[in-house]
Design a binder for this molecule. Structure first.
Ligand SMILES: Cc1cc2nc3c(=O)[nH]c(=O)nc-3n(C[C@H](O)[C@H](O)[C@H](O)COP(=O)(O)OP(=O)(O)OC[C@H]3O[C@@H](n4cnc5c(N)ncnc54)[C@H](O)[C@@H]3O)c2cc1C
Length: 446
């Protein structure tokens, strides 16, 4: 009944209903009792009238107060449910835009609906959607969360401006340049909730080695901050490679965390330092396995009594390939090495596919929503590349099976993955950015 009264939003109606309810509750049993014991005198009648008035007043006041509590309760419920229900695009306002280095700028995003932000696991990313003029459809990209603060009112993304690759006439990166040039404080962008499996278990006591170069530093800051905040006795080595100080984002921020946390050990490597960089880096050259063997491992042995650690890699594809191979050759098992790539490296498999002739392995792909049935052969790459080459533009972002944006339903046939998807794939669906047809006919809901 109390719950029912709380449902009444008008405070006067709620007060009257509640007063009437309590007064009835007191008056009827009292009258019945008096009738039964036959106490029919003037003071008994007066008592019933007073009891009825007092209970009506108490009920009315209670009804009003209940309403106040309800308002608060429902507001917090709405806020929490708006955050819990967040599955698709949600609008965020750019609260601050901060230049971090010559090429990286941070964007602090707060939800337009002012609801709470779900927490995330350090290492996860956000998927954003940008309406960019002259682009045929919204551009979707993924960016790692680059900060970690408990109960933070914002998420931070830190984005590197992608220039035209050297020796090409290709256009510069669409989303990153748009973010740098056209997104400012108070701009609004659409964002999907934190996701990703490149995550660090903050509670583990195992030493961790965070290894990055360039903009690959972003998830590492989040990991280093989370551990320093929540599990500061854990030893973390923070290895970062940059060409020089002008491109080294977040140096002061990471140094400040290390100044507060003696168990965060920093090693910066500059491959071509400037004269002004003196004192800002520990090693000249690249972050490589020799550095881990000769610098990190002895220190780790001394401090923790072991050299067993969890390794986290994020950086350019060549950098990660060389570190993964180096760690494996040094005897680190693959399950101790977690990595995230921001861009697609040309796989050996697709290079081989380029050599196959068009006549071989002709396979039919039906793009049912687009109404196109097309012949595919291995030289035409992934299903996403093939679709784009035929003027079909499915949603996608990472092109490496990490973000899940390109997931679509498959109603006939099977696909082969170039590499195991990192994103979760729903049953009856496939990721087209890293897959090719396996059967003679594949029907996709695109
Ligand atoms: C999980 C994940 C997390 C990420 N986190 C971050 C992060 O924290 N910070 C960050 O900066 N990035 C991050 N990225 C990368 C980011 O998602 C984008 O890929 C990146 O910003 C480039 O997008 P863009 O639209 O600017 O470039 P695109 O337009 O996608 O172009 C990419 C590159 O290809 C070149 N190019 C364009 N067209 C051609 C062509 N025809 N031929 C040859 N080259 C061409 C462009 O010049 C550019 O250099 C992350 C990626 C993933 C998958």
């Amino acid at each position: 009944m109390l719950e029912d009264i709380r449902q009444i939003s008008n405070p006067f109606v709620r007060a009257i209903t509640s007063g009437f309810f309590l007064s009835t509750l007191v008056t009827i049993p009292a009258s019945a009792a008096i009738f039964l014991v036959n106490l029919k005198n003037e003071s008994t009648y007066k008592f019933i009238v007073y009891a009825s008035m007092v209970s009506a007043t108490v009920g009315a006041v209670g009804g009003l107060a209940t309403g106040k509590n309800k308002s608060k309760a429902s507001k917090s419920y709405e806020i929490e449910s708006s955050a819990t229900d967040w599955k698709d695009w949600r609008k965020f306002v750019v609260d601050r835009k901060v230049k971090e280095s010559d090429s990286i700028t941070s964007f602090y995003l707060r939800p337009l609906d002012e609801g709470i932000l779900p927490s995330f696991i350090p290492g996860q990313f956000l998927t954003i959607q940008l309406e960019i003029p002259d682009q045929p459809k919204p551009i979707i990209r993924t960016y790692s969360l680059s900060d970690y603060i408990e109960s933070s009112p914002y998420y931070r993304l830190s984005i590197k401006r992608e220039p035209t690759p050297a020796d090409t006439i290709a256009p510069p990166g669409v989303a990153s340049n748009f973010m740098h040039d056209r997104i400012h404080e108070s701009s609004i962008i659409s964002v999907k909730p934190p996701a990703g499996k490149f995550v660090l278990d903050v509670n583990s006591s195992q030493p961790a080695v965070l290894i990055s170069n360039g903009v690959g530093i972003t998830p590492m800051i989040s990991m280093a901050k989370a551990v320093s905040l929540l599990n500061p006795t854990r030893h973390i080595w923070f290895l970062h490679g940059s060409r020089d100080g002008s491109l080294h984002a977040f140096r002061d921020e990471v140094n400040a965390i290390a100044a507060r946390n003696p168990n965060l050990h920093i090693v910066y490597c500059y491959s071509r330092p400037n004269l002004t960089d003196d004192g800002n880096y520990q090693h000249k050259g690249y972050v490589d396995v020799d550095l881990i063997k000769n610098v990190v491992a002895p220190e780790m042995q001394k401090l923790t009594g072991s050299t067993i650690a969890d390794y986290f890699l994020c950086g350019s594809p060549a950098f990660m390939d060389s570190l993964r191979d180096g760690l494996r050759n040094w005897g680190v098992s693959d399950n101790k090495v977690l990595f995230e790539s921001f861009a697609k490296a040309k796989s050996k498999k697709s290079e081989q596919a380029q050599d196959l002739t068009k006549e071989n392995d002709s396979i039919e792909i039906v793009f049912s929503k687009s109404g196109k049935t097309l012949d595919w052969n291995p030289s035409e790459g992934t299903i996403l590349e093939f679709a784009e080459a035929n003027d079909i533009y499915p949603d996608h972002s990472c092109r490496i099976g990490v973000c899940g944006t390109c997931m679509c339903k498959i109603s006939e046939g099977e696909v082969d993955y170039e590499e195991a998807p990192s994103a979760s794939v729903d049953s009856g669906s496939v990721l087209i950015c890293i897959s090719k047809p396996k059967t003679a006919r594949v029907v996709l809901d695109i």
